[in-house]
Design a protein around this ligand. Structure first.
Ligand code: TXA
Ligand code: MG
Length: 314
């Protein structure tokens, strides 16, 4: 795709109108969600979806998440079991992606599901993404708006770092609130499988679902590329669980103690999640040769933070 200049506009009705027109013309548009910025395109149009892969430089076997604005749209795409409906009632709109069987006659492009009989679907809470889906009238396929393999974007500036000139339009509504990609769970008959930890913790899923929840084991087949080892890697070594800065490192702190970027001085894990990718971006563009990171507690959303850090460190 040739897009010599990326136009960037703050969220407004006019900006949504312009973004929707681009979507309906088959172009990908960067748009904030409550988790990370997404690179959105018409999920029913194979060539529009192909332009997402082209802009990201992403291997085309990776399936994408489909974003919907309401349950009428959702049910044309996926088949919701009673278990899925319970999760929807409790957690949508929000940072939860469900992997469900494709609905019969689903209009989702084959490129979105990479030919799988299932589809990953979520209803985002962010007003910009919701307005864009409503204005364009189609479900939107949207991976994170970054070049494949680079750090996920939690601001419009992050998007431009790897996609400037590769996409026509970037809608700017400031930093995202959750800061980590959605929790992904595969819904089967009477079982949930956690495919990617995220802002919504498994204890919440288990208590609403009322069924066993299995985390995908290390040796299992990769079903979500967020599970690929180096998916979130910055371009330099990352040393984890450092109480003090490593020699010559850009130190990402948590709680008390010296650091170049503190995820949360008060030790708040939710704040740390929201700031994690911004910290990695800063560390990546700094002149230091490596990155060290303070220990982060393995509890609540700290599990998802440690998951992303482990991938960044590979
Ligand atoms: O928060 C998010 O989820 C962001 C925002 C933009 O919504 N999106 C995002 O998309 O992280 P992406 O493409 O980076 O991650 C999609 C994940 C991948 O790990 C993919 O393998 C998995 O969803 N996935 C998609 N379809 C699947 C399927 N049918 N079965 C299993 N995993 C699937
Ligand atoms: Mg991504």
């Amino acid at each position: 795709m040739s897009a010599p200049e990326t136009q960037i506009l703050p969220l407004s009705d006019a900006a949504i109108g312009e973004a929707a027109a681009l979507i309906l013309a088959g172009q990908p548009v960067a748009v904030p969600t409550e988790t990370v910025y997404g690179l959105a395109a018409d999920a029913t149009d194979d060539s529009a979806v192909a332009r997402i892969y082209a802009a990201k430089g992403r291997p085309s076997f990776n399936p994408l998440i489909v974003h919907v604005a309401d349950m009428v749209m959702a049910r044309t795409i996926a088949t919701f079991s009673p278990l899925a409906d319970r999760l929807v009632a409790a957690f949508w709109p929000g940072p939860l992606t469900l992997v469900l069987p494709l609905a019969p006659g689903s209009s989702v492009a084959g490129l979105v599901t990479a030919g799988l009989p299932t589809v990953a679907i979520r209803m985002p809470a962010h007003p910009a993404m919701r307005a864009l889906i409503a204005a364009s009238g189609v479900p939107l396929a949207a991976p994170s708006a970054n070049a494949s393999g680079s750090i996920s974007p939690t601001s419009a500036a992050h998007v431009l770092r790897s996609l400037d000139g590769r996409i026509p339009f970037n809608l700017d509504d400031g930093p995202t609130s959750a800061g980590l990609e959605s929790t992904i769970v595969a819904v089967e008959e009477n079982e949930l499988t956690l495919l990617r930890p995220g802002p919504l913790g498994i204890d919440m899923l288990a208590s609403v679902g009322g069924v066993p929840i299995t985390a995908r084991g290390e040796g299992d087949a990769i079903t979500a590329p967020g599970q690929l080892a180096s998916h979130y890697a910055p371009g330099k070594p990352v040393l984890l669980d450092r109480q003090t800065p490593a020699d010559g490192a850009f130190h990402i702190g948590f709680g008390l103690g010296a650091s170049d970027y503190n995820l949360s001085e008060s030790g708040d894990l939710v704040e740390a999640a929201a700031r994690l990718f911004a910290a990695l971006h800063e560390a990546d563009i700094s002149d230091r040769t490596c990155i060290s990171v303070a220990p982060i507690p393995h509890e609540g959303i700290g599990i998802a933070i440690n998951d992303r850090l482990a991938r960044a460190a590979v």
